[in-house]
Design a protein around this ligand. Sequence first.
Ligand SMILES: NC(=O)c1ccc[n+]([C@@H]2O[C@H](COP(=O)([O-])OP(=O)(O)OC[C@H]3O[C@@H](n4cnc5c(N)ncnc54)[C@H](O)[C@@H]3O)[C@@H](O)[C@H]2O)c1
Length: 457
Amino acid sequence: MSNINRNHSDHSRRDFIKNTSALLAGGALLGTQARVAMSANISGSDEVKVAVIGAGGRGTGAAVQALETAGPVTLWAIADAFEDQVEGCLRNCTQFVEKGRQEGNPLLKDSKVDVPKERQFVGFNAYQQAIDSGADLVILATPPGFRPIHFEAAVKAGKHVFTEKPVAVDAPGVRRFLAANEEAKEKNLMVAVGLQRHHDPRYQETIQRLQDGAIGDILYTRVYWNSGGLWVRPRQPSQTEMEYQMRNWYYFNWLCGDHIVEQHIHNLDVSNWLRGMHPAEAQGMGGRQVRTGKEYGQIFDHHFVEFTYPDGTKMFSQCRHIDGCFNEVDEFAHGMKGTADIGQGRIEGADGKWRCSAKPVDAHHQEHHDLFAALRRGEVYNEGDNGAIATMTSILGRMATYSGKVVKWDEALQSTVDLSPAEYDFAAAPPVVPDANGFYPVAVPGKTEVLQVAKTS
Ligand SMILES: NC(=O)c1ccc[n+]([C@@H]2O[C@H](COP(=O)([O-])OP(=O)(O)OC[C@H]3O[C@@H](n4cnc5c(N)ncnc54)[C@H](O)[C@@H]3O)[C@@H](O)[C@H]2O)c1
């Protein structure tokens, strides 16, 4: 086991990028002539105009966190599929800034909300209108099924990006995101991904110590997102099937990717971060034990996955949405010389017990402090590849539980299973529709194909 080291990890990460570039070669990468030095070019005192695309809970949260960073920030445009969501986001952001100013919050002194009717955009094309509205930076916070399209458009237009995780819901989406991210690097665009644990000093310090050998070579990790169930938005008589699914995006894979992708990605990402590599393969099991009604669309309510890293070590992963069970959202590492609770910043290793003493931060907010500070310093950073690797890891996990088979990373990344609809229109048919009894197709392990079918349930 002594060969479990960071050289291997570096190798694995290099291979991923190399293989990915090879995969994308032949058109998607920018040629040298197209290299434009668009760089961050925003100085400390400049106003940064922000457009929010996907004005729900997280889009609104990210907007106020961006507004509450050092230097002038203007909320400039808001785009959403639905008008009520635009209005709610605008109202909440306006109140947040007004209240903060009244209370003398210095970080809101130069920030403002300036989103007149002509910069409020609604519908499936709203994202493009927001990108074209004159913003410097876009926040992408729709359901993840749209992310590759929106990210590609933002990069094409030369915008800095904060994108929520996951960055896709299927392998074609990951490949599309990665191709666009190559262009973002060529253009020196900032790409921040909402895997906020990377901006949390507790995670940073604990992982650094573990990588420095605090518990010796890592034998395996355990990662969990076990919690209760989530919201359901009842069907309204006026809704088309497309609108119903968009409003209930969590339960449809073309929009959400299942909760192993949408939520558990955070914990899978921490294990990859610690190990410095992504898994080589996965096998697992899962299903719907309590979330069996038609209102729960097509996703599972539990997954267990055994991921195997290229050096043969394991990551054991559980995610569950069932009320009344053992709940845990955390990551653990087990090594030759000890153990660690990463989320809690605790290590019991060869040198005894260590507790992280870093002051707790709101990592959602911290990632925006880091993003805007770097932008104003002209330092470009890019979290896009890591976001794509984390997303692909979670998709690999879903492929394992849906198929019931051992699925290899390379095959998974090449998968042609494209979950997206043929057409984005509220009158169009979504990629999955209910049967005569109102139930949606659900994966059946042992039968469901995850790698090579053109369209899947
Ligand atoms: N990093 C984190 O801890 C964290 C926490 C919560 C959510 N998220 C992520 O943020 C994203 C949004 O989640 P949420 O909880 O805010 O969901 P939400 O339902 O509150 O908001 C999503 C918004 O996107 C809009 N939308 C849907 N399709 C659109 C389209 N094509 N164009 C424009 N707008 C569209 C919806 O109408 C809605 O207003 C998800 O990817 C989720 O995984 C991340």
